[in-house]
Design a protein around this ligand. Structure first.
Ligand code: CO
Length: 224
């Protein structure tokens, strides 16, 4: 299976991408002649996806959805931190303009970013990004240090990174204002398996600030 994937990757060329685009347009129009007319009119995706940049975890394919269905933000190891203006801008636009009803943080087992964060090797500028995941390790070291199997420990940190991402989203004024204004918004955490293709719901769905630590609750909420 691995050799098949690498053979396939070797066939990907710059020209091949443009050729592939033409083939995709032709196939799409053959199946649905109004596809581009419809999509070019606007977007109203019900879901914001915050996932890893990993080439093997594309939001649409793994959820059997199509262009127009999911608004997507991806970064290395699907990190959600308070000061990321890129993520906050995407979140604000998705929640307040597109009015998505679901925000999904989707990590994946075997995440290279999480594996790098659990180790001690220097990689360069990315170390600063991955340090956010080391902070999560520090929060949960009592649990993680007890897992002797390296793969299992990485897998659990993948899950904890997603869960912390969900919590961090719920702490934002963007999400809390939405809830305070009576709008439906669920924040969810998922983990995808590269080995099976299946998604695990980590069951941390949050739909109100009822269970958020009091220090993070905001009470001077802004009307929409
Ligand atoms: Co990853």
């Amino acid at each position: 299976m691995c050799s098949k994937i690498s053979e396939h990757s070797q066939q990907i060329t710059y020209e091949g991408l443009l050729k592939g685009n033409k083939e995709w347009v032709a196939a799409t129009l053959a199946e649905d002649p109004t596809f581009f007319d419809r999509l070019s009119a606007g977007q109203k995706p019900p879901v914001l996806w915050i996932g890893c940049s990993d080439s093997r975890v594309p939001a649409n394919q793994i959820t059997n959805t199509t262009p127009g269905d999911i608004f997507v933000h991806r970064n290395i190891a699907n990190v959600v931190v308070h000061t990321d203006m890129n993520m906050l801008s995407v979140l604000d636009y998705a929640v307040n303009v597109l009015e998505v009803e679901h925000v999904i943080v989707c990590g994946h087992y075997g995440c290279g970013g999480v594996e790098a964060a659990i180790g001690n090797k220097q990689f360069g500028i990315i170390d600063n990004w991955l340090r956010n995941i080391k902070d999560i390790y520090r929060l949960h070291y009592h649990e993680l240090d007890l897992i002797s199997d390296h793969k299992q420990r990485c897998a659990r940190l993948v899950e904890l990174n997603v869960i912390e991402g969900v919590f961090n989203l719920t702490k934002t004024s963007i999400v809390q204002n939405r809830w305070a204004n009576g709008k439906k918004l669920g924040v969810h955490g998922w983990a995808y398996s590269l080995e099976t293709g299946l998604i695990t719901d980590l069951k941390v769905t949050t739909e109100s600030n009822d269970h958020i630590s009091s220090v993070f609750k905001m009470d001077n909420l802004k009307p929409l």
